[in-house]
Design a protein around this ligand. Sequence first.
Ligand code: BES
Ligand code: MN
Ligand code: ZN
Length: 485
Amino acid sequence: MTSVSLVDPSASITADAVVVGILSGSNGPRLAPGAKVVDAALGKRLAVALKAAGATGKPDDVVKIPTLGLAPFALVVACGLGPDARQAEQVRRGVGAALRVLNDHRHVHVAIDAPVGAITEGALLGSYTFDTYKSSATKPALRRITVAAKASAGATAQLRRARVVADAVIAARDLVNTPPNDLYPETFAARAGDLAAAQQLAVEVLDPRALARGKFGGILAVGSGSTRLPRLVRITYRPPRPEARIALVGKGITFDSGGLNIKTANMAPMKSDMGGAAAVIASTVAAAALKLPVEIIATVPMAENMPSGSAYRPSDVLRMRSGQTVEVSDTDAEGRLVLADAIARALEDEPDYLIETSTLTGAQLIALGPRVIGAMGEPGLRDRVAAAGNAVGEAVWAMPLPEDLRAALDSPVADIASLTGERWSGMLVGGIFLADFMPEGLPWVHLDIAGPAWNMAGARDYTPKGGTGAAVRTIIAAAEDLAGR
Ligand code: BES
Ligand code: MN
Ligand code: ZN
């Protein structure tokens, strides 16, 4: 694991590579504050060298300058920060982009006078690699990151929080990236248990027999087509005097083939269909590590959606944990079925707030694209969670739940159908379906992360290809907000 620590900005630099910032301005690019020691070690030639190398200071700009034996460090990497080094997300992105190209250096020093939390998050998230399945020769060398900052109480607290947040995002990425032949309900539950155990959290795992006893008709139906049977995991974090009780629910489909309504395209990315589950597990562990004064109970349904002789069918009617009945319109709309059961269980704890997140609909990608999380639910909590997410660098946008859509889910045989007969407003229909399982008066929010959970494009800023850890930072920030932090 890579360590992060603060070093005094005036101390001489011992690292293998140094990161500096460049600001873009109307008078051309200039060195961001914090680069003085680096510039001095290079005879104050840094600005000239960066200009010659074509540095612009624009947000995705990364320029490498070898120091040719003139300084104790072999390499300077300058990253664009845009016009203002006090903008936390610009710092996160710039430092993340720099660290992405510095994995083969053992000790990297960041010499930018900017918020320590943003630097730390950007550095740890940018240097992330998933190498569990790669031969050892390719493992990254990076061991140590130092950040130039005076060791004040504020800087130390920021560093500590950023470390916990980054570890949670990384844990979620690792779970999403783990292939579905190794990560299936039983093993996913075990890994959730290991993460929770590191913070001494209580974990309960319901196996298929317990699910049958508990009448979890949605989870059992979705999981019935696979030889790897479903689980329901519950993780509880209970601090001494909690300000509120928060229920977290996350979709944990370890692979979504579509079931009998089998997918014909884009099946491989469906190992990311447990991104919501990964996010709530990691966020619960992070809340405990941060000792937030809120109680959190995560309820996580895990199932593999497969076609087989034992699979559930379109037109099946399921009796859910809540007692409601659902007509299965299409076995590929499986997420809402496992979620409805998990929500019913979560409500039995009488939470003050319920936050649910899931890779629920392809329609989220059509509406908001691959980077923006769609937030639906009770308007007060929806907007509060969206604001919390936006403030920590995740794009979250509030979407409506038009009441007239509920009629389109009327079923001739059951209380509700899982889909409407048309393809319009798919993301909102997902929210409308879930709303049927929420009690009157409960502040709840549904975060659709279908696109954001998985980066199918190339790596950028602090975001790698593949699993991103989407929603983790939003949920932690929302929990802090609800805790009054
Ligand atoms: N897991 C998918 C949603 C999804 C799509 C996630 C793309 C990530 C990227 C979900 O279970 C699903 O299959 N949804 C279908 C619903 C359809 C049958 C109405 C969809 O959105 O196409
Ligand atoms: Mn599906
Ligand atoms: Zn799915």
